[in-house]
Ligand binder design. Structure first.
Ligand code: AMP
Ligand code: MG
Length: 338
């Protein structure tokens, strides 16, 4: 099958909606990362997502809606705190996990009795959902395990020949996947960090608990609250190590291990020796979120074997960058002073 990369004109959005209505899957832009979209209610179509991505069947998909009125039929109960989150942060990069209704097939929810739901702010995504007239299940549009796609080209590189079309709306503005949360009375549990930060969530909840899967290794057999967090994820082929501490410590640590195919991932304002080949991945957490996945793909393209990365801040959206880097590094972290 030939994969068409299409500008998001009205005509092309209609064309892609038709493909989806016919049971196909399509690459869809969102503000977080590109998604691979199919009819969330259609078991057969959703199965095609898992096939195209080679995704493990117990990893649930996020269901995308175009309007808050679409929320009701997807869940059996919407607590007040969930509504408060939707009112404050939707449309936007936060996914709420609620008990699923019978309309959501188990393939969509990865066998769980809950469903993750999000109202994206990207206009093309919302137009596509509206044109379809039903919610779209869409995980990230990458091959399972590889870095998430933040451009249509990334989607094409991974899925060319496996899907009929990609709507190309340029680079994703946020760059990391949505914040995923669940609710326990008036407490929010953070299952996956994203642009909507712990501090943002604290404005609507009495407390925010960070699930242990966010910062710890979860074994592949473990039963976890957010299944996506247990897989080795976002992994470039290169061997990545996170180096935490000052830039001086970083420079010394990498210099002692430098070789032909060694690269450093550093911040925009870092100054390190020209003897170390380096790639910059942003000056602040917002820029790092925007660039992290492109940079992880780039290091594979240039054939890097060893990569040492400056450790991102854990504040705000930095926690999301740290969480993704930690997985790209297979949890290998070196700390100054250890
Ligand atoms: P992706 O769209 O590829 O980033 O994958 C969606 C991720 O959202 C999953 O891997 C889970 O971590 C999370 N998620 C989706 N639905 C649920 C759910 N019902 N319960 C917990 N986590 C979920
Ligand atoms: Mg993903």
């Amino acid at each position: 099958m030939e994969t068409k990369v299409l500008k998001p004109t009205k005509k092309n959005v209609k064309y892609c909606a038709k493909l989806i209505k016919d049971g196909e899957v399509v690459g869809m832009p969102t503000e977080t990362v590109y998604g691979l979209a199919a009819n969330a209610f259609d078991e057969k179509a959703v199965n095609k997502i898992f096939e195209a991505k080679m995704r493990p069947a117990d990893n649930p998909l996020i269901v995308h809606i175009a309007d808050i009125s679409m929320l009701k039929e997807l869940t059996t109960s919407i607590p007040d705190i969930a509504l408060a989150v939707c009112e404050k942060f939707w449309p936007g990069p936060v996914t709420i996990v609620l008990p699923k209704s019978d309309k959501i097939p188990l393939v969509t929810s990865g066998g769980l009795d809950t469903v993750g739901i999000r109202l994206p702010s990207n206009n093309v995504a919302r137009e596509l959902i509206k044109e379809c007239g039903f919610p779209l299940a869409a995980p990230s549009a990458n091959l399972s395990g590889s870095p998430s796609p933040t451009t249509a080209e990334h989607v094409y590189d991974d899925l060319n020949g496996r899907i009929p079309a990609i709507l190309d709306d340029g680079s994703c503005s946020v760059g990391v996947e949505s914040t995923v949360i669940s609710f326990e009375n008036d407490i929010i549990r953070l299952l996956r960090p994203g642009k909507i930060s712990v501090d943002d969530l604290k404005t609507v909840a009495s407390n925010v608990i960070i699930d242990r899967g966010v910062l710890e290794v979860i074994s592949n057999d473990a039963k976890v609250k957010s299944p996506g967090m247990k897989y080795k994820h976002y992994s470039p082929k290169a061997d990545v190590t996170l180096v935490s501490g000052s830039v001086e410590f970083f420079e010394k640590y990498v210099s002692e291990r430098n070789s032909e195919n060694t690269y450093a991932l550093i911040f925009d304002n870092d100054n390190i020796s020209d003897d170390i080949k380096s790639i910059r991945y942003g000056g602040n957490s917002i820029q790092q979120a925007e660039r992290i996945f492109s940079v992880l793909r780039e290091i594979d393209k240039i054939g890097a074997e060893k990569v040492y990365a400056r450790c991102p801040s854990k504040e705000g959206v930095g926690l999301a960058v740290y969480n993704r880097m930690l997985r790209a590094a297979g949890f290998k972290v070196v700390k100054e002073g250890d």
